[in-house]
Design a protein around this ligand. Structure first.
Ligand code: HEM
Ligand code: ZN
Length: 183
């Protein structure tokens, strides 16, 4: 997992719980002297460990933490790469462009990123069906990112996770219902 994702979690924890809380989490879950550099890769287990401890500290479940983190992460990624989302005029366009545009750009900017496979299909205005596949099974993080994107465009979205890799399915299927432009 790239440092930029860890930096997002770091910013969120510091904002909500303070610097001391983050230092404590880091001490427990990372090698001594760890500093996350955006473009560098770090073990996936490290972010899972950090997120798990955040969950314990805040009495939240792991899916709840990943979702909250994903929502925050959208803004964080957007601040670091301000030109990427500017290329899209609407929430729907952005969601349709995650795999073939956004993550393609990411793959040019970062060395060997570990990206999920995301297929988005526009069923009708206001309804996109998303398929998510990744060894990392961070589908709740994907949900959070979708909520983050919706709040970026100032619209309401509701998600229905109808199939999940965590239940043994070969992919996650997420129904994305959003406020359509034409009512
Ligand atoms: C990784 C989904 C938008 C950059 C990921 C991951 C997910 C995801 C779930 C975690 C890795 C995995 O699941 O295997 C999404 C969704 C988006 C979105 C649903 C929009 C709603 C963006 C944007 C950017 C971005 C706007 C940057 C401009 C990245 C980067 C990684 C990543 C840098 C980390 C790759 C690595 O650690 O090697 N994305 N993403 N994503 N995404 Fe996205
Ligand atoms: Zn899932």
């Amino acid at each position: 997992m790239k440092g930029i994702i860890f930096r997002g979690l770091e910013a969120l924890v510091i904002e909500k719980c303070g610097m001391a809380a983050w230092d404590e989490l880091l001490e427990k879950n990372a090698p001594d002297g760890r500093v996350y550099i955006s473009a560098q890769s770090y073990p996936d287990e490290e972010i899972i460990g950090l997120a798990q401890d955040v969950a314990t500290a805040l009495s939240m479940t792991m899916p709840e933490v990943l979702k909250a983190f994903g929502e925050y992460l959208f803004g964080h990624l957007n601040r670091s790469h301000p030109t990427v989302a500017k290329g899209f005029n609407s929430f729907a366009e952005l969601i349709m462009g995650i795999d073939k545009v956004i993550h393609v750009e990411v793959a040019k900017l970062y060395h060997e990123p570990n990206l999920p496979e995301i297929e988005s299909k526009l069923i009708e205005d206001g309804f996109i069906l998303m398929h998510y596949r990744s060894k990392r099974q961070l589908c709740m993080c994907a949900e959070g990112l979708i909520y983050g994107a919706a709040s970026h465009y100032g619209i309401d979205v509701s998600l229905n996770h109808v199939e999940c890799m965590h239940d043994g399915c070969d992919k996650c299927v997420i129904e994305v219902k959003y406020e359509a432009l034409n009512g």
